[in-house]
Write a new protein. Structure first.
Length: 303
């Protein structure tokens, strides 16, 4: 037993008012409620929330919430983590309430990224109401999407997620030549915990934040295209243009959030079937498109 999906992501943001408009008018998500300290709970499906926006100057990752199926599975993963020497702490009653879950434990991955395992997410009674007209997001057993985080030692962190949390390697992309990066900075490792091609990817790419991007998958390609138009009209920086990835086949683009990290907004991702999946390596991240538009997306080397 291990992690079954990416359940939620918490981030610290310095400008909640800009984020609130961005969530509704650009991403098409729903602001579910506001905490006493201003925290915004963002909804994209039947879950009470999938993204939590906490007031904070960091404009970066606060925590990643990994869901397990039951309390039995939760305790098994906890024991596995502790058996490997990982410091694990039980979520306080206030933290359990704020996450809207039945139980949770907190720990850090080898790169120091705050992480949580939980079970029993709160399901909203009323239907999801998108902030603008869209057909919705592809979630369910695939989880909310994926995160890509900076790792100082991707291979060590890969082993942590696979051996202790139950992830499997999907594939690798070596983008060192394409992005003119040293080999150790150009390798990305993609890990899955369910049918979604990857729920987390790890790389040593030169990016100033822990969190590079969050991917959300739309139910309609047209909704991706309309969001692309919205970003251009509003002059929202686009990190990479519309394109199709080689490994997960996602048609997507990357928009910069008010906090500086990115949202990958996509459609059409492939599903992993572990009974016949074979791990492969790619030399390019995309079949077409995904041209670098906004330089902070990744700091390329000159020459």
């Amino acid at each position: 037993m291990g992690v079954t999906q990416l359940g939620y992501v918490g981030v610290y943001v310095s400008d909640l008012s800009r984020w609130e408009g961005f969530v509704r008018e650009v991403l098409g998500m729903q602001v579910m409620e506001r905490g006493e300290d201003g925290t915004l709970y963002v909804r994209m499906d039947e879950y009470h929330h999938r993204i939590v926006l906490h007031p904070g100057e960091q404009d970066d990752l606060a925590y990643v919430g990994w869901q397990v199926a039951t309390e039995v599975a939760l305790e098994e993963v906890r024991r596995r983590l502790e058996g490997a020497g990982v410091k694990v702490s039980r979520g306080t009653s206030a933290e359990v309430e704020s996450r809207k879950v039945a139980a949770l434990y907190k720990f850090e991955d080898p790169d120091g990224h705050p992480s949580e395992i939980f079970c029993g997410p709160l399901i909203a009674e009323e239907p999801f109401m998108p902030g603008r007209p869209i057909q919705g997001f592809r979630t369910g057993p695939l989880g909310m999407g994926h995160v890509v985080v900076r790792s100082q030692d991707p291979e060590r962190t890969r082993a942590f997620y696979c051996e202790l949390l139950g992830f499997r390697v999907s594939d690798y992309i070596d983008m060192s030549q394409q992005l003119q990066l040293p080999p150790e900075e150009g390798l990305l490792i993609f890990l899955h915990c369910n049918g979604r091609h990857h729920s987390i990817a790890l790389g040593r790419f030169p990016f100033p934040k822990r969190l590079h991007h969050i991917m959300v998958e739309l139910a309609s390609l047209d909704d991706v295209g309309r969001a692309y138009d919205i970003c251009q009209r509003r002059e929202i920086p686009i990190g990479m243009s519309l394109g199709k990835h080689t490994n997960d086949h996602m048609i997507s683009f990357y928009m910069q959030t008010p906090s500086g990290f990115y949202i990958e907004y996509g459609w059409g991702g492939r599903v992993v079937d572990d009974t016949h999946w074979q791990v492969t390596t790619y030399r390019s991240g995309s079949f077409w498109g995904h041209h670098l538009v906004h330089r902070p997306f990744i700091e390329q080397r000159e020459g």
